[in-house]
Design a protein around this ligand. Structure first.
Ligand SMILES: Nc1nc2c(c(=O)[nH]1)N[C@H]1C(S)=C(S)[C@@H](COP(=O)(O)OP(=O)(O)OC[C@H]3O[C@@H](n4cnc5c(=O)[nH]c(N)nc54)[C@H](O)[C@@H]3O)O[C@H]1N2
Ligand SMILES: Nc1nc2c(c(=O)[nH]1)N[C@H]1C(S)=C(S)[C@@H](COP(=O)(O)OP(=O)(O)OC[C@H]3O[C@@H](n4cnc5c(=O)[nH]c(N)nc54)[C@H](O)[C@@H]3O)O[C@H]1N2
Ligand code: SF4
Ligand SMILES: [Mo]
Length: 737
């Protein structure tokens, strides 16, 4: 006989009448989950589920992935190209040929009048790698502008710069399997349960099998901090000081790995001299972490047989972002924790294809981690594309964060935005608005027509999105996974690849360079150019990737043929980089780099007594163009809110649910107060998902190496609002698109 639930209403899962499941890869975060999308007999996408047997997610998905099929038909999608009508100021539909003719005409006009670099291109971390590679070819070899960058400057630039400074090349050296082996894990400014839920699930699973200490460094009591053995609530922007102090204790107590340092690093003397100044007593005053805790963490990390650090935006988005990354690498190097099982320095990346753009987009150089500054690299790529290497600039041009000021000063006159929404995501949006209004010609290429940035465009191009197209993404652990086309592009929208190819045809040089139509043909070009490089993918193909549900690079032809004798015989690629302690610098050694701390953040003071911290929540993705339209995501946080400490609120006479005005030196925003002990007394936290909201307030001082903005360190005051009804209306407007 059955007991218990028999008489209760059983949970019923609606039968979606799926007749076929198609393999693809999630298009939200960089975890890289393999998804199957279910189609009904009309061919409509009606369901999503995690692909069983995939190394990354083993059948699981988070709240975004599980509803991802709903975005194909969500509201606001772009159907036809639009052009602004100069006479009646509105937009009118046009056909693709007329739009692209006009676009090519405007680009040529601007470049002829003000020079090649006066037309800028800013892309994203959300296209397919084949599209990144093609846009890179178009920008570098055909249009020929050096002011070409991606939104990765808002996101991964500090990690890229830090890896290059420490190891001589970009490329995260670790993998998720390291959680299974590590004996100590520090997470710096990373809130995995909300931002990378399936990576967090991998950690949890590893901890269930084998307990190891988890230490979280974050000014907020995040969900990850709640699960940690130790939570170090650091004062914003001071991680470099803590990192120096940890190394200070390790060297003082002789806990370093001497033989590793001697065999595999340069720069020890200078480094030791600098960290000797950061004793735990001094560091405690700056970071707000007491000296005993600093000593304990240093001992725990250095004495563990293997220890690893992971980090995300709490480190990268800072005026010391690149130094923070180098500091983490220093800590890993002095303890001999690189390239070994459970011992690594792993940047958790952000967007689904943040890695693909780093590897292949040519934004910061040339494809396959090649540099514009290197004559051999220029020659190799120029020969392959069939152009004169002198056409390439000799060094990298402006980053996204320098492109906008260059529009202000009139140096840049035209801009093409591809899959990025700066009116929501850049700091100090009032300034961005003025900048966009100044442009002679702005093209916005986005899957949604209703994004705020489109309002400033002279032309809008509707792009297909995610699994309306085919190509690959690379995830945090260098795993290349394939996005298969599941449904046709919405309306008359076209894949970004199609758009780039058809722009190329309209330029003279575009006929000299090959622009293949099919994603797999583009992938073949990348495979060829990857041979012998760190990012070698020559043994992969779309079909092989699907069979394996993702393959990590490097994966060479020899590995594919089983001609190597190492751990790669499983056909899934190398799990770790630098396992032999040989780094990408010419002498094969990594660098220990001294990191003096410069205290330059905007900090709370009399008129602006609160730190403004910003970030994300699990149910939303970025500027909500996708998740804001999906009921099962949007319902959890449909409007802008602010986390505030209950004691701080009561000092100001505020209660839970009040609408308040948050004011910085740049502007103001109306948000709803949510009381929580997650934030300290002198800090508020606002997710950046809502338009016309938190980035009206942020300052975004730039890191000198990476040019990434400090999105998480600004100062604000909170003002009560008398007319709650009017405030509610204003707040509601920020949830529109
Ligand atoms: N649900 C969801 N998931 C996402 C995204 C999304 O929009 N929604 N976006 C993806 C992208 S592009 C990215 S880049 C990642 C971002 O992933 P995360 O970096 O994990 O997310 P954030 O919330 O931006 O910031 C993480 C933490 O940094 C902390 N922090 C602030 N200042 C400091 C500091 O000075 N030091 C330290 N140590 N910590 C600090 C904040 O308190 C916050 O808890 O998420 C990816 N995943
Ligand atoms: N205050 C604050 N600001 C931040 C951050 C923060 O933590 N705090 N984080 C920063 C970070 S880490 C990031 S990554 C940025 C993200 O900033 P954005 O790049 O501006 O964010 P998204 O909303 O993802 O913009 C992507 C756009 O591409 C469109 N799109 C999606 N798929 C496709 C496609 O296949 N083709 C085309 N053509 N378009 C497509 C979407 O509709 C969307 O409009 O925000 C940054 N801004
Ligand atoms: S964890 Fe990231 S990749 Fe996985 S389903 Fe969620 S959003 Fe997609
Ligand atoms: Mo990001």
């Amino acid at each position: 006989m059955l007991f218990g639930r028999k008489k209760k209403n059983p949970v019923k899962i609606a039968d979606k009448k799926v007749v076929e499941w198609k393999y693809t890869t999630c298009g939200y975060c960089s975890t890289g989950c393999s998804i199957q999308v279910g189609l009904n007999k009309e061919g409509e996408a009606v369901s999503s589920r995690g692909a069983a047997g995939a190394d990354v997610n083993r059948g699981k998905l988070c709240v975004k992935g599980i509803f991802e099929h709903e975005l194909f038909k969500s509201s606001g999608r772009g159907d036809m190209p639009l052009v602004r009508n100069k006479i009646f100021e509105g937009y009118e539909e046009t056909d693709w040929d007329s739009a692209l003719d006009q676009m090519a005409f405007e680009i040529t006009r601007i470049q002829k009048t003000w020079g090649r670099d006066s037309f800028a291109i800013v892309s994203t971390g959300q296209l397919l790698t084949e599209e990144f590679y093609t846009l890179g070819k178009l920008s570098r070899a055909v249009i020929g502008t050096n002011n070409y960058d991606g939104n990765t400057t808002l996101c991964m630039a500090s990690a890229v710069s830090g890896y290059k400074r420490s190891f001589g090349s970009d490329g995260p050296p670790g993998c998720y399997d390291d959680f299974e082996h590590t004996e100590c894990l520090i997470a710096w400014g990373s809130n995995l349960p909300e931002q990378h839920p399936i990576i967090y699930w991998r950690i949890q699973e590893a901890q269930e099998k084998r307990k190891f200490p988890l230490i979280v460094i974050d000014p907020r009591v995040t969900m990850l901090a709640q699960k940690a053995d130790m939570h170090l609530a650091i004062k914003p922007g001071t991680d470099v000081v803590l990192l120096n102090a940890l190394c200070h204790v390790i060297l003082e107590e002789g806990l370093e790995d001497r033989s590793y340092i001697e065999a595999h690093t340069n720069g020890y003397e200078q480094f030791e001299k600098l960290v000797s100044q950061y004793d735990p007593t001094t560091a405690a005053e700056i970071t707000g972490i007491d000296e005993d805790t600093i000593r304990n963490v240093a001992r725990l990390y250095a004495k563990a047989d293997s220890a690893m650090s992971i980090w995300t935006m709490g480190i990268n988005q800072s005026t010391h972002g690149s130094d923070g990354v180098v500091g983490i690498n220093n800590l890993s190097l002095v303890t001999g924790n690189i390239g070994k099982q459970g011992g690594t320095s792993l940047s958790i990346t952000g967007q689904c294809n943040a890695m693909g753009t780093r590897e292949w987009s040519s934004c910061s150089g040339l494809p396959g981690y090649r540099a514009l500054e290197n004559p051999e690299h220029r020659q190799e790529i120029a020969d392959y594309w069939g152009i004169d290497p002198e056409f390439f600039p000799k060094k990298r041009g402006l980053t996204e964060t320098d492109i906008f000021p260059a529009i202000e000063t009139g140096q840049i006159k035209g801009l093409w935005l591809v899959a990025t929404n700066p009116m929501t995501s850049m700091p100090n949006t009032a300034r961005i608005r003025k900048t966009l209004e100044k442009l002679d010609f702005l093209v916005v290429q986005d899957s949604y027509a209703d994004v705020e940035t489109t309002q400033y465009a002279h032309m809008y191009l509707p792009a297909a999105t995610w699994a309306e197209k085919e190509g690959v993404f690379t995830n945090t652990e260098r795993r290349v996974n394939v996005v298969r086309q599941v449904v046709k592009p919405h309306g008359h929208s076209k894949s970004d690849l199609w758009i780039f190819n058809n722009v190329a045809k309209r330029f003279e040089q575009g006929h000299r360079v090959k622009f293949p139509d099919q994603p797999e043909q583009v992938f073949d070009e990348m495979r060829h150019l990857s041979k012998g490089r760190l990012v070698d993918i020559s043994g992969m193909s779309h079909d092989k990737i699907e069979q394996q549900k993702g393959i990590q690079w490097p994966y060479t032809e020899a590995m594919d043929k089983g001609e190597t004798d190492d751990s790669t015989a499983d056909g899934k690629g190398d799990q770790r980089l630098y396992t032999d302690g040989h780094f990408s610098y010419a002498d094969g050694k990594a660098k220990l780099i001294p990191l003096p701390f410069i205290d330059n953040n905007e900090k709370p003071e009399n008129d602006y007594p609160f730190w403004l911290n910003t970030g994300r929540v699990v149910e939303h993705f970025h500027s909500r163009t996708k998740t804001g339209k999906i009921g099962n995501n949007n319902k959890y946080s449909p409007m802008p809110y602010m986390e505030m400490n209950p004691d701080a609120a009561s000092d100001l006479g505020l209660v839970h649910g009040d609408y308040v005005r948050c004011v910085s030196k740049r502007g103001d925003a109306i948000v709803m107060v949510q009381l929580t002990q997650r934030v300290p007394h002198d800090m508020v936290f606002i997710p950046f998902h809502f338009h016309d909201c938190v980035n009206r307030l942020t300052l975004g001082l730039l890191d000198p190496h990476s040019r990434q903005p400090a999105f998480k360190q600004s100062a604000v005051r909170i003002e009560a609002v008398e007319d709650q009804h009017e405030a509610a209306q204003l707040c509601l407007e920020s949830r529109e698109f």
